[in-house]
Design a protein around this ligand. Structure first.
Ligand SMILES: NC(=O)c1ccc[n+]([C@@H]2O[C@H](COP(=O)([O-])OP(=O)(O)OC[C@H]3O[C@@H](n4cnc5c(N)ncnc54)[C@H](O)[C@@H]3O)[C@@H](O)[C@H]2O)c1
Length: 437
């Protein structure tokens, strides 16, 4: 047994996590709870300072365990990457976004790999968790890590294990979601599996890093394609005068062969709108067109336009137009009860409304003000949800169905409610004011 394996099994191996965001932070906590000594790395000094001061920056992740680990000196957090040599196991959770041209932006993975290569020493395990195309671990990372002369599978170990975080999910969290792991060599797989087995409930070993990389993409493409399917069917059902939500509910009673997906104002979040394009980009190298991914992308990207159209039509029915209309958007987080607004379709809808000269306001109990992003800079603060504010609007658009929203109360006080999430299904009074979009 290698010395590293002994340290892992004895929970003495120092676990370093690079990138303390939505994925890295809960993972750090899990290894801390299993008793491992920890080092958290991030280039964002504001995050490091917040953690050192015991302050949380992700609402649904409790800061208490971090405070406890810091107080016990079980954890240190730092922007100094020379401390990488202290870690026995290094887990990379940095962002993998798209460029403006919708191509993989691997700057963060590349940069991190080059930094690790500078400090790589014999006996270390490196695991990439960031979502990416098949081949990233063996084509992009491995050559960079081997430049110093260390040999993979012998001197150091390299693996890929995708993160399957579902923020806000009360049943499934980092600790009990099965963990798929693929290694460059069998020794790499053995070491990475041993590490995760100490902190998580189930490890699913696969034969290569490429299988593990494509597994994650399949999961997200499956969601993206199925959401596109129900989004398209929603538009048809609407034209046919059928309520798609009732259809999905009825179909869901089939005990086999049907998994419900729900329509909405478009796709959001860090994963589903982005990850499929990592695969379609890589597929080009193989002269292969990923048609389902493109079609799903096309349908999902068009959904904010559908919401806009439905809003314009509903206003038209009230002898009003979008130009000058006061519109309140409810929810900018990309899904219910979380504070993550990355790639939120609400922003696409707001932008379309602004282009048509509407006066746009928003409310989100989880997002008090809108930060300037890569694509948008609205400079807005969440408008308090009061009877007066609701009554002063020409239309209220429910784009995220946060549990905090009392939809009957909203319908009672609004003039027109455009509901993209079936949030008003239990509303009994004022149904004539509701338009499903
Ligand atoms: N958020 C999710 O629900 C989710 C789920 C599954 C997979 N993923 C994947 O996990 C990866 C991370 O996503 P996230 O949501 O945690 O992102 P995030 O933006 O919340 O966190 C990433 C962190 O990495 C830090 N960082 C960036 N470059 C760095 C560098 N060179 N060195 C050290 N730190 C650096 C950032 O400051 C940030 O704190 C992505 O590949 C994403 O696709 C995310």
């Amino acid at each position: 047994m290698s010395r590293l394996l002994e340290k892992i099994n004895g929970r003495e191996a120092v676990v370093g996590v690079i990138g303390l965001g939505y994925v890295g932070l809960p993972l750090l906590v899990k290894f801390g709870e299993a008793g491992f000594p920890l080092i958290g790395f991030d280039i964002d000094c504001r995050k490091i300072d917040a953690l050192l001061n015991g302050e949380s920056y992700i609402r649904h992740i409790s800061i208490d365990p971090i405070r406890k680990f810091l107080a016990r000196k079980q954890l240190s957090v730092t922007p100094s990457f020379e401390r990488l040599s202290e870690a026995d196991c290094v887990i990379i959770c940095v962002p993998t976004p798209l460029t403006e041209k919708m191509e993989p932006d691997l700057r963060f993975v590349e940069g991190t790999t080059e930094t690790i290569a500078q400090y790589l020493r014999p006996g270390q395990l490196i695991v990439l968790e960031s979502t990416t195309y098949p081949g990233t671990t063996d084509e992009l990372m491995l050559p960079r890590l081997q430049t110093g002369g260390l040999e993979v599978g012998k001197d150091f170990y390299l693996a890929f294990s995708p993160e399957r975080e579902d923020p806000g999910n009360k049943d499934y969290h980092t600790g009990n979601i099965p963990k798929v792991v693929g290694g460059i060599t069998s020794a790499c797989l053995e070491h990475a599996s041993a590490l995760y087995a100490q902190a998580l409930s189930r490890v699913v070993p696969v034969s290569s890093t490429r299988v593990a990389e494509l597994t994650k993409l399949l999961e997200n493409i499956y969601r993206g394609v199925n959401i596109a399917l129900v989004n398209e069917l929603k538009i048809l059902a609407h034209r046919m005068g059928i309520d798609i939500w009732e259809v999905i509910e009825a179909a869901s009673t089939k005990p086999f062969g049907f998994t419900p997906f729900y329509p909405g104002p478009g796709l959001g979040g860090h994963c589903i709108p982005i990850d499929p394009f990592y695969l379609s980009w890589k597929a080009r190298e193989y002269d292969f067109a990923t048609r389902f991914i493109h079609l799903a992308g096309e349908v999902n990207v068009s959904m904010p336009y559908y919401v806009l159209e439905q809003t314009a039509e509903a206003l038209n029915g009230r002898r009003k137009c979008l130009n000058g209309a006061k519109i309140l958007v409810l929810g900018v987080a990309y899904k219910k009860d979380i504070d993550d607004d990355r790639e939120s379709p609400s922003y696409a809808v707001m932008e379309l409304l602004l282009e048509r000269q509407a006066e746009v306001y928003y409310n989100d109990p989880h997002v008090p003000r809108l930060k300037a992003g890569r694509k948008h800079d609205f400079g807005l603060e969440s408008l308090p949800l009061t009877e007066q504010n609701l009554a002063g609007m020409d239309a209220v658009l429910i784009l995220t169905d946060h549990s905090a929203y009392d939809t009957q109360w909203i319908v009672d006080h609004a003039d027109l409610v455009i509901d993209t999430r079936n949030a008003t299904r239990n509303v009994t009074r004022g149904r004539e004011k509701i338009v499903k979009a």
